[in-house]
Design a protein around this ligand. Structure first.
Ligand code: NAI
Length: 347
C-alpha cells in the first residue's frame, strides 16, 4: 500500500509514522492541501489521506480517480468537504468516526468557562500587574440552561459535563437518543430558552447557516454561542450584527466558515485579508481557536490507529467498517455495512 498524506503537520506525521511501524505501508507526507491541482501528485499511490480543510470536491475526486487512487482516508470525523455523491461508485471514502468525543466536549466547556469568566483577559492583566476586576464579571453556570444541538457522541459528552456543572440541558436532534433522559425540544424552543447554545451537529445542507439572523432573533438577549462543529453552521455576518447590537453576549468559535485559508497556519507575519474574521477577532466577547478542539494526545493516537486500520481493511479486501457514502441514511446511521456488504464495488 502506498498512501499520500496531504496537509501534514509535524504532529500528524509523528503519530501516523508511529502507528505505521506495525504495518509498514509506504506513507508519503506532503504539507500541501489536497486540491484539484495537487491531487495528481498521488499518481501511483493506492490511497490518499486527507483532513478537514482539504478540498475533496468533484474536481479533486475526478483527478484522483484519473491517476488511479482507489481510497480517500479522511483522518477526521466530519466529511462535509467531500463530495460524497460524486465519490459514489468511483472511489471509496473512509473516516475516523469516533476518536475522542471528550477532547471536543472538554474544549467546548473550556471555551465557555473562558468566555464567561474572562480568564484570558485576567491572565494578561495580572502579568501586566493590573489586578483590577472591572470588566471581568461572569455568571454562575449552575442553574443556567444550555441548549445542545446534536446529541451524537460529542453532544452527549458535553451534556454530561454541563450536568456536572448543575446546568439544565435542553437538546435538539432529528434522531433523538432512544431511552435517554434528555429533554428534547424543537429548535425554536431551544433558541428561546437557552442561556448557552452549543452546536454538535454535522454540517449538511439542512444545517448550513442553522444560526442565521432569524435564529439569533429568537435567542435570549445575552445568549452565549459555542461552535466546535463546523464553521458554516453559523452565518458569520449575522453573528457580527448580533454581537454589535449586544443581543449575543459572547461567542466562542473553534471553527469558522472561511477557516481553510488561515486555520492551522502561522499567519503572524501576514496581513489577514478576511474582513469578517478580523471583525470577529475585534470583539472582546469573542474567542476564536484554530480548530483545535480535537487536539489531544488521545485523539491523535486514536486517529492514527483507526486510519491505519481503515487502510489495512482496504488493502486486505475486507469490508470497510468506517466507509461512508451518500446512501448511508443521514450519513452513517446504518447502511449496507451493517449487513457486511460494501457500500459499492469498484470496477
Ligand atoms: P455524531 O455523528 O456522533 O453526532 C452528530 C449528531 O448530530 C447525530 O446525533 C445526528 O443525529 C445529529 N444531527 C444530524 N442532523 C442534525 C440537525 N439537522 N440538527 C441537529 N442535529 C443533527 O458526530 P460527533 O462525533 O458527535 O461530531 C459532531 C460534529 O463535530 C462533527 O460532524 C464535526 O463536524 C464536529 N467535529 C469537530 C471537531 C473539532 O476539532 N472542532 C472534531 C470532531 C468533530
Amino acid at each position: 500500500m502506498k498512501i499520500m498524506v496531504f496537509d501534514t503537520k509535524p504532529y500528524d506525521r509523528q503519530y501516523l509514522e508511529r502507528e505505521n511501524a506495525a504495518y509498514g505501508y509506504k506513507l508519503k507526507f506532503l504539507e500541501s492541501k489536497l486540491t484539484p491541482d495537487t491531487a495528481r501528485l498521488a499518481a501511483g499511490y493506492d490511497a490518499v489521506c486527507a483532513f478537514v480543510n482539504d478540498d475533496v470536491g468533484a474536481e479533486t475526486i475526478d483527478a484522483l480517480v484519473d491517476v488511479g487512487v482507489k481510497l480517500i482516508a479522511m483522518r477526521c470525523a466530519g466529511f462535509n468537504n467531500v463530495d460524497m455523491r460524486h465519490a459514489y461508485g468511483r472511489i471509496h471514502v473512509v473516516r475516523v468516526p469516533k476518536y475522542s468525543p471528550y477532547a471536543i466536549a472538554e474544549h467546548a466547556m473550556a471555551l465557555l468557562l473562558t468566555l464567561n469568566r474572562h480568564t484570558n483577559r485576567a491572565y494578561i492583566r495580572t502579568r501586566d500587574h493590573n489586578f483590577s476586576l472591572n470588566g471581568l464579571l461572569g455568571f454562575d453556570l449552575h442553574g443556567k440552561t444550555v441548549g445542545v444541538v446534536g446529541t451524537g457522541q460529542i453532544g452527549r459528552c458535553f451534556i454530561n459535563i454541563c450536568r456536572g456543572f448543575g446546568m439544565n440541558v435542553l437538546a435538539y436532534d432529528p434522531y433523538p437518543v432512544a431511552n435517554s433522559d434528555y429533554t428534547y425540544v424543537d429548535l425554536d424552543t431551544l433558541f428561546r430558552q437557552s442561556d448557552v447554545i452549543s452546536l454538535h451537529c454535522p454540517l449538511t445542507s439542512d444545517t448550513h447557516y442553522l444560526i442565521n439572523a432569524a435564529a439569533l432573533e429568537k435567542c435570549k438577549p445575552g445568549v452565549i454561542l459555542l461552535n466546535t462543529s463546523r464553521g458554516a453552521l453559523i452565518e458569520s455576518q449575522a453573528l457580527i450584527e448580533a454581537l454589535k447590537s449586544g443581543h449575543v453576549g459572547g461567542a466562542a468559535l473553534d471553527v469558522y466558515e472561511e477557516e481553510s485559508e488561515v486555520f492551522f497556519e502561522d499567519c503572524s507575519d501576514q496581513v489577514i485579508k478576511d474582513d469578517m474574521l478580523m471583525r470577529l477577532l475585534g470583539f472582546n466577547n469573542v474567542i476564536i481557536t484554530s480548530h483545535q478542539a480535537f487536539f489531544t494526545k488521545e485523539a491523535l493516537e486514536k486517529i492514527a490507529e483507526v486510519t491505519l486500520i481503515n487502510l489495512k481493511q482496504y488493502s486486505e479486501g475486507e469490508v470497510l467498517e468506517n466507509e461512508i457514502c451518500y446512501r448511508c441514511p443521514e450519513f452513517g446511521k446504518g447502511c449496507h455495512k451493517e449487513r457486511g456488504i460494501p457500500c459499492f464495488t469498484l470496477k
